[in-house]
Design a protein around this ligand. Structure first.
Ligand SMILES: C[S@@+](CC[C@H](N)C(=O)[O-])C[C@H]1O[C@@H](n2cnc3c(N)ncnc32)[C@H](O)[C@@H]1O
Length: 204
């Protein structure tokens, strides 16, 4: 099954499920709200069903949410109302090809561990940011989590029940960000079974 087909199939359930750790979610959402500036042109990659984009868009000058899955994007678009800032748009887009920039802030929330060609994607993100532009990410750390997930996820993937998940650890991820030319100013680890690393990185 392709990644797009996997996420299309998951979209309706993803939209209905409650956020598993609301305290962690709110902490990083509020941190991002503080970082965003009314002049920022924001690109949210892998935006899923758009909930976070809808909560953050009022803090930006423009906001484009993109996702590989047409079903995720259709759900995101269906949540837009008269109260939604008119500068928020959702588009189907694979992260392998970013919409043309510049983007002052790129948000990659719960995404980078799902990307097989992460090195290439980070290089594109670097190119799409102006000097001083930021990549704000929350990334799953399979390597630093429960040992059994490292064999369970590939087995589940083989039967179409899990997406591709890269076996990343904190040290490797920070190294990849640095090798891409990004300077990471802020990090926060949340959770333990499959920890997530929140990072705020900037292009010097
Ligand atoms: C775990 S969900 C996270 C959604 C949202 N960012 C959030 O934090 O709730 C991962 C999302 O990334 C999308 N995705 C996976 N691979 C992608 C790719 N190569 N390009 C763009 N989006 C992708 C999936 O369709 C899915 O909506």
């Amino acid at each position: 099954m392709s990644e797009a087909a996997f996420w299309d199939k998951a979209a309706a359930k993803y939209a209905k499920d409650a956020i598993s750790d609301m305290t962690a979610y709110e902490l990083t959402r509020d941190r991002i709200r503080k970082i965003l500036d009314p002049d920022h042109r924001v690109l949210g990659i892998g935006c899923g069903t758009g909930s976070t984009a809808l909560e953050l868009a009022d803090r930006a000058a423009s906001y484009v949410g993109t996702d590989l899955s047409p079903k995720m994007i259709a759900i995101a678009q269906s949540k837009q109302s008269n109260d939604t800032p008119s500068h928020l748009r959702f588009k189907v887009h694979d992260v392998a090809e970013l919409p043309s920039g510049p983007h002052d802030v790129i948000l990659a929330l719960n995404l980078l561990h799902l990307v097989p060609n992460l090195e290439e994607v980070l290089a594109q993100i670097y190119d799409a940011l102006p000097s001083g532009g930021m990549l704000i990410a929350k990334t799953g750390l399979l390597q630093d989590g429960a040992w059994y997930l490292r064999w369970m996820i590939p087995v589940m993937r083989a039967i179409g029940k899990a997406p591709f998940v890269r076996n990343l650890g904190k040290v490797e991820l920070l190294g990849l960000l640095s090798s891409a030319g990004l300077v990471t100013d802020e990090t926060l680890v949340q959770g333990s079974m499959m920890p997530r690393l929140f990072t705020v990185s900037r292009k010097p």
